[in-house]
Each structure stands twice: as C-alpha cells, then as structure tokens.
Design a protein. Structure first.
Length: 208
C-alpha cells in the first residue's frame, strides 16, 4: 500500500479551514501534517514537513508572485490554490507562476480530494469552467514563467513603464517588451489593464 499524500493547509476562513481539516483527516489516503499555517510561518513549516502538497488561500496572498517564489524554493511541494470563484485568467496566472492546481472553494469534497491526489502527481487541475472541451480534470498547464519574466511581471503589476523596468533590471526596452508579450501569452491576457485585475482579491465572506 502506498504512503498517504502529506498535506499542509495554510490559513483559511474558519468554516473553510474546518471543512478542509475534516475532509483531509477523514481520508486514509491523505495525511494532514499541519494546518492553519500563516504565511509568515509557511516556509518554516514546509522546511520541517516537506509535504507533497500545500493548500493556499488565494484571497490572503499579499502578491501573486509569492506563488512563484514558493514554487522556486520548494519545487517538490505541489501548490494547490483555493479561491472564491476564480476566473480562467486567474487560474492561468497561478499555473504560470508554478501552482499545480487552482480550484474553487465551492468545489465538492470528493473533487478537492481528487485534485490533491492529481496535484501530488504533477497533474494540473483547473475548475470546471476553466477545463477543456472534453471536461477533463488533469490538464496540460500553461508554460511557467521564467525567472526574468517573473521579475518583469512584478514590476508591471507595480505600474512600472517599459523604460522604468528596463532601467531597474538593466536590460533593453525592447527586451522588456518581449518579456511582456511572453507574460501576456502565458497568462492568457492581452493588456496591462487585464494584468492589474489579476491581483489577489481580499476574501470578503467565510462561506459562499
């Protein structure tokens, strides 16, 4: 019999957190090694437990590039993002930054368990509205951003002009434009206005 999939759960709204703990603890194929982990304790918790999967709350992320940084530091831990009714663009961004799955908090319990198992095997998972025409769960995710593209993305989201970004990163303006085009393609967007809308939104309600 294979070992259970080890899971760390970051901090969620009380009722969501309770549901996740009960769901994971009740499944013999999963092992909850830490829960209600605040973002400032996340690195240390992942260092100690080295889980197969970590569940993150999209609404509490200070910036989306935190997902990229976490993926870069902990490539062996699969990142599953839970969000309030995530859009296709938001999910594409999460996968491009290194997440393995992006699902809605309204997802049924059995599908969350399934998503954790698929993510632990490196299969990309998106919410139903973002799936392919065949309705499949495991998808080929978008290309992950390169380290330089991640740098450019952060500066774009901070409102930097191409010239300012070029100066900050000591690269040419045309190189910034090339990186920006690649970022837009990977995130499935076409403008800076759309890019600005992809920032994490505060979580307003504990239950939808």
């Amino acid at each position: 019999m294979s070992s259970p999939v080890s899971v760390v759960v970051a901090r969620f709204e009380d009722l969501v957190a309770l549901g996740l703990r009960q769901l994971i603890s009740a499944d013999p194929t999963l092992q909850l090694v830490a829960s209600d982990v605040t973002l400032d304790r996340l690195d240390g918790t992942l260092e100690v437990h080295a889980p197969a999967v970590v569940l993150l709350n999209f609404g509490t992320l200070p910036t989306t590039d935190m997902v990229y940084d976490l993926h870069r530091r902990r490539p062996d831990t699969r990142i599953v993002i839970l969000a309030n009714r995530p859009t296709s663009a938001e999910c594409n961004q999460m996968l491009s930054l290194g997440a393995t799955a992006c699902i809605s908090k309204e997802t049924q319990a059995r599908d969350i368990v399934n998503a954790i198992h698929l993510a632990s095997r490196g299969m990309h998972v998106l919410p139903r509205m973002a799936r392919g025409s065949d309705g499949s769960v495991g998808l080929q995710g978008p290309d992950v951003l390169t380290p330089r593209e991640a740098d450019v993305l952060k500066l774009l989201q901070d409102g930097g002009t191409n010239a300012q970004i070029a100066h900050e990163l000591s690269i040419g303006v045309e190189t910034v434009r090339t990186h920006a085009r690649n970022i837009y393609r990977k995130l499935g967007i076409s403008s800076r206005r759309e890019l600005a809308s992809l920032r994490p939104r505060p979580t307003i309600a504990a239950v939808q």
